[in-house]
Design a binder for this molecule. Structure first.
Ligand code: MRU
Length: 346
């Protein structure tokens, strides 16, 4: 089945007004397993294990959990909010969502409605980003992407992948080169799964093959998401993005960053101030999924496993957000952040 550019299609969570269920992204594409979130422990474990991931989705789910737990005593609720806020250190959407829920509680607003608004605003942001992002894609475009930035990672149709989806739905022929995205293979497992469901043609490559593809003239545009964007346009995204960006620059291929405003950190001056999440060595030394676990690394060595790397804003061709799009040259001074305004409730 091919989905059009609407709310139909893959979804990473389901909220029926009473029960929250999440799609276990760590099990995809082998198994489509839905997990009922009947308390904070389930969601905290899911965030840590990357059963749910993608910066916008983390913010949406954090807001929902804090609304579901709003009956707790103040100190208990604040402790939970602090724990959720710290669950992943790089994706600033998580922090912005928690801060917004704290402000809503302090103001006596109903937290269920606030969480609804967080999700609805993210979906609307995705739609705007997708439309604006797709404008850069000509008929016959060959897009290279890293990690997974589709519907599963947001409350809407996605960011970079949303732009691809929008372009395809409006009749353009678009092909997607999918970096497998080691170590947890979000590209191979999730982007591939979603593109197949959307009916968009794609091919997989090992992350190390991106440079030859980019310098070989076979990619017209790189489109990626972000987990935090600093005032000077430097951005953190999944490990491997920096290498892709360097090769794209060498090969003269434009690189666009597509993200909701909740990914912008107005207080962060540059990439050096972005905290980078370090993850377990076991993720590099082997793989665990529904089919079982395997270790392929030899014993005796350690591992380097940063979840993200930082790409200079100077290398960005275009930053596309729901509050506007800016050419890379406009990012350095930070004036664009002030044009977009504060993060949270506009
Ligand atoms: O570790 P992950 O899988 O949460 O990393 C996600 C990314 O790097 C995405 O590109 C980013 O969060 C944007 S998702 C719309």
């Amino acid at each position: 089945m091919t989905f059009v550019d609407t709310a139909d299609g893959p979804r990473g969570f389901d909220w029926d007004g009473r029960v929250l269920r999440i799609l276990d992204q760590s099990a995809l594409p082998a198994v489509e397993r839905w997990v009922r979130v009947d308390g904070p422990a389930v969601l905290m474990e899911a965030i840590g294990a990357l059963r749910v991931r993608g910066a916008p989705l983390l913010g949406v789910l954090a807001a929902r959990l804090l609304a579901m737990e709003s009956g707790r005593a103040e100190a208990d609720w604040q402790a939970l909010a602090a724990a959720v806020r710290a669950a992943r250190p790089t994706a600033v959407n998580l922090m912005h969502a928690v801060d917004r829920m704290r402000a809503a509680r302090a103001a006596g607003r109903e937290l269920g409605a606030e969480a609804d608004a967080v999700a609805a605003e993210d979906a609307a942001a995705c739609a705007r980003i997708a439309q604006e992002g797709a404008a850069a894609l000509a008929d016959g475009a060959a897009v290279l992407t890293v990690c997974h930035t589709g519907a599963l990672a947001t409350a809407g149709i996605g960011t970079a992948l949303g732009a691809v989806r929008h372009a395809a739905a409006s009749g353009k022929r678009v092909f997607v080169w999918v970096c497998e995205t080691r170590p947890l293979l979000q590209g191979a497992r999730l982007t591939g799964w979603e593109l197949t469901r959307l009916g968009v043609p794609w091919a997989l490559l090992a992350d190390g093959a991106a440079a030859s593809l980019l310098l070989g003239g076979r990619v017209t545009r790189v489109m990626v998401g972000a987990d935090r964007i600093a005032r000077n346009g430097d951005f953190a995204n999944k490990t491997g993005t920096l290498a892709v960006a360097a090769a794209a620059r060498l090969g003269g291929v434009p690189l666009d960053v597509l993200a909701p405003w909740t990914t912008v950190d107005p207080a962060c001056p540059g990439g050096g101030a972005i905290p980078i999440e370090q993850r377990a060595a076991a993720e590099v030394q082997g793989f665990a999924g529904p089919q079982g676990a395997v270790r392929w690394a030899a014993a005796g060595g350690g591992a380097y496993n940063p979840a993200f790397d930082v790409t200079p804003g100077a290398w960005v061709a275009r930053l596309v957000t729901d509050r506007g799009a800016w050419p890379g040259e406009a990012l350095a001074g930070g004036a664009w952040v002030d044009q977009g305004g504060s993060t949270g409730t506009p």
